[in-house]
Design a protein around this ligand. Structure first.
Ligand code: ZN
Ligand code: ZN
Length: 71
């Protein structure tokens, strides 16, 4: 019965669709408008700040330079 868990999981996912269970895979890193990374990307370059390079290595966006938008 190796397929049963998968079937259960997919039906659970349908019911849990309105819950932010897992973060959706980001299509592209979201840089804050006007940040060093944003400017570098617009130049067709990559930001070379050590903190940003480090974040990029783990597929993240440096949150020192790209502060999340406050609500
Ligand atoms: Zn940067
Ligand atoms: Zn940074």
């Amino acid at each position: 019965m190796r397929y049963l868990p998968i079937l259960l999981l997919s039906s659970v996912c349908l019911f849990a669709a309105d819950k932010p269970a897992a973060a959706p895979a980001p299509a592209a890193p979201k840089y804050q408008e006007g940040s060093c990374c944003d400017k570098a990307t617009k130049r067709g370059d990559k930001c070379n700040h050590p903190c940003c390079v480090k974040a990029a290595k783990v597929a993240k966006v440096c949150d020192h330079c790209n502060e999340p938008v406050k609500k």
